[in-house]
Design a protein around this ligand. Structure first.
Ligand SMILES: Cc1ncc(COP(=O)(O)O)c(C=O)c1O
Length: 374
């Protein structure tokens, strides 16, 4: 039986030129930490307008590394959004910290600065913002709060490489910015991630943490090193970074295509009363990692299941983190705590969005959604 084709919610776009770059490295002497790693770090940092980049094995590893070098530890409270991928908060828990969720803005679906202020205590160490779907958070407000209360800001920008806030690319607003290069993201290295920062101390510490905590004390004693603080093996390979470099050359094309597809979706859905389309504020340029719509008045599950049956690989991003059993049991969160995030979740469906989507794919998704609303 022929396999039914599915339009997935997100996927990579890799061509022969990408593959050639990877093969070149595979034929060289370098497999792990070679020259392509630093080249990739510098290229991403330059693109984002920030001084330093440290490439690691995943976005999750980047979050963990950033939290550790920020000094996040047992007893600390970190303010973040419940509407994010689990890794944002899971890594806080691994550092011994408590994620303090606050509700989101109804329009941007990002953390609400008004709610942040209400949750600051003596234990608060940092704000972790998440640029949901590729739409930057309100950084003027977040940075104002951080400055007033002396808090670090870590931007989980795994959705937002290439996005702009007031004509400036994501990457330099916060103390550290986190990227992921998973295949559904804007560019891919297979698995991979990066921490961006303008802070030299964080940069040095991140490189040590990525490599077991090994500190070379002298160039003369080639074999000698010391561990001052234990780290992980969070290294990325040279051939992954060769793929990343090749992909980075195409990022503007990829983002343009994402924006064009979103414009087509918006045009088709904006006057349908059962659908709420995602918002893009005038002062941002979203890089549109995902396209989440909200379905009003109709059973979302029925629509979701029908779309899946028809080969539309939709998704739901995300069940708010405070509703997961772990976060309920460990920290006492419960249904009703964050009504805006919860109402969004009850209505949300993420539609397929990736640069290689064809015009035919887009028309099929639009048609199936509209037909299923009837
Ligand atoms: C907001 C957010 N943070 C962190 C991550 C983790 O990235 P990775 O899958 O590269 O570990 C993801 C991945 O989907 C994400 O969407």
């Amino acid at each position: 039986m022929a396999k039914k084709s599915i339009i997935s919610y997100g996927r990579q776009w890799k061509d022969d030129d990408d593959i050639k770059e990877v093969i070149k490295v595979l034929k060289s002497d370098w497999l792990t930490q070679g020259p392509k790693v630093e080249e990739f770090e510098k290229a991403v940092a330059k693109y984002c307008g920030v001084k330093y980049g440290v490439a690691v094995s995943s976005g999750t590893a980047a979050l963990h590394s950033a939290y550790i070098v920020a000094g996040i530890k047992s007893g600390d409270e970190i303010i973040t959004t419940p509407l994010t991928f689990a890794a944002t908060a899971n890594m806080m828990v691994f550092c011994g910290a408590k994620p303090i969720f606050v509700d989101i803005q109804e329009n941007t679906l990002n953390i609400d600065p008004v709610e942040i202020k209400k949750k600051i205590t003596k234990k608060t160490k940092a704000i972790v913002s998440v640029d949901f779907a590729g739409h930057p958070c309100d950084y003027d407000e977040i940075l104002k709060i951080a400055k007033k209360y002396n808090l670090l800001v870590i931007d989980d920008a795994c959705h937002a490489l290439g996005a702009e806030y007031k004509n400036k690319r994501i990457g330099s607003f916060s103390d550290m910015t986190i990227l992921s290069f998973h295949p559904v993201k804007h560019i891919t290295t297979g698995e991979g991630g990066m921490v961006l920062t303008n802070n030299k101390d964080f940069y040095e510490k991140l490189k040590v943490f990525r490599h077991h905590g090994i500190v070379k004390k002298s160039e003369n004693d080639k074999w000698y090193y010391e561990i001052e603080n234990p780290g992980f093996n969070y290294r990325i390979t040279d051939f992954q970074c060769a793929l990343g470099l090749s992909q980075l050359k195409k990022i503007n094309k990829f983002i343009k295509r994402r924006r064009d597809i979103v414009a087509e979706y918006n045009k088709a859905f904006k006057n349908i009363k059962e659908i709420i389309i995602p918002v893009e504020k005038k002062y941002v340029k979203s890089s549109w990692h995902i396209y989440p719509i909200q379905i009003k008045r109709i059973d979302r599950k029925r629509i979701f299941d029908d779309l899946q049956k028809e080969g539309i690989g939709c998704q739901v991003h995300y069940m708010p983190l405070h509703l997961h059993p772990f976060y309920k049991k460990k920290f006492g969160y419960k249904k009703g705590d964050f009504p805006i995030a919860e109402r969004y979740y009850e209505r949300a469906i993420t539609l397929p969005l990736f640069p290689k989507m064809t015009g035919k794919n887009i028309k099929k998704v639009i048609k199936k959604i509209i037909n299923n609303l009837k």
